[in-house]
Design a protein around this ligand. Structure first.
Ligand code: NAP
Length: 284
């Protein structure tokens, strides 16, 4: 599939599309392993080459499933871009290294493209950043970032040695949860941090939303595709919808081709107005 220019404009992604795949509930028996593997492999074939996982997901089962998928992915094809996360309770200098080694082993790789702190815990940020920087120097990770950081957390991170090397903040963002547009999204864009939108389908709640379905009808696509195209509309946000279904992943990939018009964006604004004051970060 040809990747639209607008959807590969994020520099550290180096040409990977900014629509990827989540995996929180995968590898845990919701569907058969073969079905979930086929779904992820289909996504990779369609250009959804960023795969998001975490040591927390199924206590490593999600990473193991992805490891299985990678073994079935032909080495001649472009290598997927892997994202994993360390739990805050493991985010000490030594704990990060141990968590990284376990994740890399389950994924069957020597290097994780992007390694995130899953959310902020009690560990001093300076310690976690130092551990991330060590892993980067050793070539074990290419980039690092954070998740569930609000604007004040990002400002604090900016004061930590090496903190400005953070490339991503992964946060909840979708049509009906757009509080970050008030200050966090502009702050991240101004400081070169890419926002990675989790729950872009509202954890499944947007897949049948009437307005999104109505807009989708005009384009012959589903409400999910409209929700994803909306999240990607600036070309600067990366979205990671999750699905264990090949059909749903085929559906979601259509968002790479859909550009919503001003009138459609206005309809969405009327149903879910942009924030006019600071709202605390939504977290799932
Ligand atoms: N950093 C964090 O703290 C954090 C928190 C939450 C999530 N995440 C990441 O973000 C990813 C996505 O978030 P999420 O899983 O919470 O929610 P989501 O992507 O908004 O929604 C996922 C749900 O939508 C369904 N779905 C997906 N595509 C569909 C389609 N085309 N048609 C119909 N149903 C569809 C999926 O079911 P099917 O499997 O049946 O398709 C699943 O139930 C996670 O997997 C995880 O990687 C990160």
């Amino acid at each position: 599939m040809e990747i639209d220019h607008m959807h590969s404009a994020i520099s550290f992604l180096q040409g990977h599309a900014n629509l990827g795949m989540g995996s929180w509930h995968l590898g845990q028996g919701r569907r058969s392993r073969d079905e979930e593997k086929a779904a992820l492999l289909t996504g990779l074939q369609l250009g959804l080459s960023v795969i998001d996982t975490a040591e927390m997901y199924g206590d490593g089962l999600s990473e193991e499933l992805i490891g299985d998928v990678l073994r079935d992915w032909p080495p001649s094809r472009p290598r997927p871009f892997l994202v994993s996360k360390v739990l805050p309770m493991h985010a000490s200098r030594k704990g990060v290294v141990r968590a990284f080694e376990a994740s890399a082993h389950k994924l069957g790789v020597d290097c994780i493209d992007l390694y995130l702190l899953h959310w902020r815990g009690n560990m001093p940020l300076a310690e976690t950043v130092a551990a991330f920087e060590d892993l980067k120097t050793q070539g074990k990770i290419r980039h690092w970032g954070v998740s569930n950081f609000d604007t004040d957390d990002m400002q604090e991170l900016w004061q930590v040695p090496g903190g400005r090397n953070c490339v991503v903040n992964q946060v909840l963002y979708n049509v009906f949860s757009r509080g970050i547009e008030y200050d966090l999204l502009p702050w991240c864009q101004k400081n070169g941090v890419t926002v990675m939108a989790y729950c872009p389908l509202g954890h499944g709640e947007l897949i049948e939303h009437s307005l999104l379905a109505e807009i989708g009808d005009r384009h012959g696509v589903s409400a999910s595709v409209v929700a994803l195209a909306w999240a990607l509309r600036s070309g600067k946000v990366l979205a990671i919808p999750e699905s264990g279904s090949e059909d749903h992943i085929r559906d979601n990939a259509r968002a790479l081709q859909l550009k919503l018009g001003p009138e459609e964006l206005a309809l969405i604004d009327a149903a879910s107005p942009p924030p006019r004051f600071k709202q605390p970060l939504d977290i799932l």
